[in-house]
Design a protein around this ligand. Structure first.
Ligand SMILES: Nc1nc2c(ncn2[C@@H]2O[C@H](COP(=O)(O)OP(=O)(O)OP(=O)(O)O)[C@@H](O)[C@H]2O)c(=O)[nH]1
Ligand SMILES: [Mg+2]
Length: 337
């Protein structure tokens, strides 16, 4: 088996530094099958040996291979062509050609692959493989063509061509926790306060154009937190960074609504839920909590009577961030909600 690998350390660096690419087209070709062989046995003292041409080997296939260390399709964007190995030709003495090498293309967990007409499948687990281009079959050697009329066939099959196809791959991040909210509410600041990530933070909307990922180190498991681009009204119709944003939160296990308490908190709260509902009603079924951020900007902190669990924090100053981390790190928070 041949594998294109990124070593694990560079794969980890990718998570946080490389360009985030969540949609690519790649061109993949299965290996051609090897040709069957026309051959006759030649042995001393055996004047007329029978046919002994072996079969060609099958061509290699191309697979996507889930790798949890990858978080972007960047690699595929810069290297979009893949071809698996061709099968060896059959040989005399009934020797089969060797099988062509398979190719396993590492992709992040959470990708969906389709060709021009069909859904090919999804990768949902680390180590899961998905066939995207089948290798050609090896041709049969002349031993298969013996009949009562023709004891010495001079005929063998050619190997068939490997499948040649364009595959469209879309990544829907699978993160444990997704930070969502209107632009400027402090999502990236909160991510920086809770994880090892160092996202860009600035005092204007749409600072975050692609999701940032951070890891909250935890005794048992690392919790992956995704900081999403800001959502605005009409996102479900594609406004702002609409679809890109909403697509990624579909697979997040817990949503954290981040709301600037110094603005119009309840309007933002309802506005967010409205966008979710309009995009995909299942989003509002997802477990969620509400974090009211920027409490340093208000004198008396108002308390809101919403149905979710709430936190009142200052991501900038770190106020009450510990409580939030403790809550999110609790295994039960993510698994059983
Ligand atoms: N006073 C105060 N300012 C904050 C707090 N959290 C974030 N900010 C500021 O709010 C501004 C926006 O912060 P970001 O973290 O970039 O906000 P965001 O939600 O990621 O914004 P987008 O990516 O544009 O959607 C920055 O100037 C931050 O310094 C806070 O707790 N208190
Ligand atoms: Mg941001």
């Amino acid at each position: 088996m041949s594998t294109f690998f990124v070593d694990s350390q560079s794969a980890i660096n990718y998570n946080f530094q490389m360009q985030f690419v969540d949609e690519v087209r790649i061109f993949v070709t299965g290996g051609n099958g090897g040709n069957g062989c026309v051959s006759f046995r030649r042995e001393k003292f055996v004047p007329k040996g029978g046919p002994d041409g072996g079969d060609g080997g099958n061509g290699g296939s191309v697979y996507l291979a889930g790798n949890k260390k990858l978080m972007t399709l960047y690699d595929l964007k810069i290297k979009p062509h893949y071809r698996a190995g061709r099968g060896g030709h059959g040989k005399g003495k009934k020797m089969h050609g060797r099988k062509g090498k398979d190719i396993f293309i590492p992709v992040p967990v959470g990708v969906v692959a389709r060709n021009d007409t069909d859904l090919l499948g999804e990768i949902m687990y680390h180590g899961e493989n998905l066939l995207i281009a089948r290798g050609g079959r090896g041709g049969r050697g002349n031993v298969h063509f013996v009949s009562s009329r023709n004891r010495a066939p001079r005929r063998a099959e050619e190997g068939s061509a490997g499948e040649d196809t364009t595959v469209h791959i879309v990544l829907k991040l699978i993160s444990d926790i997704g930070l969502v909210g209107f632009p400027n509410s402090g999502k990236s600041t909160l991510l920086a306060a809770m994880s090892n990530a160092q996202p860009k933070i600035a005092d204007y909307p749409f600072t975050t154009l692609n999701p940032n990922l951070g890891v909250l180190a935890h005794d048992l498991n690392n919790i992956v937190i995704a900081d999403m681009p800001g959502i605005i009204e009409g996102a479900h119709q594609g406004k702002g960074l609409g679809f890109q944003f909403l697509r990624h939160i579909e697979r997040t296990r817990l949503l954290v609504l981040v709301i600037d308490i110094s603005g119009d908190p309840l309007a933002h709260y309802h506005g967010l839920l409205e966008e979710f509902r309009a995009y995909n009603p299942q989003l509002v079924q997802k477990p969620r909590i509400v974090v009211f951020n920027k409490i340093d900007l208000v004198k008396d902190i108002p308390r809101f009577d919403v149905s979710e669990k709430t936190f009142y924090v200052s991501a900038r100053d770190g106020t009450h961030i510990d409580d939030l981390i403790k809550y999110l790190s609790n295994e039960n928070t993510i698994q059983t909600q």
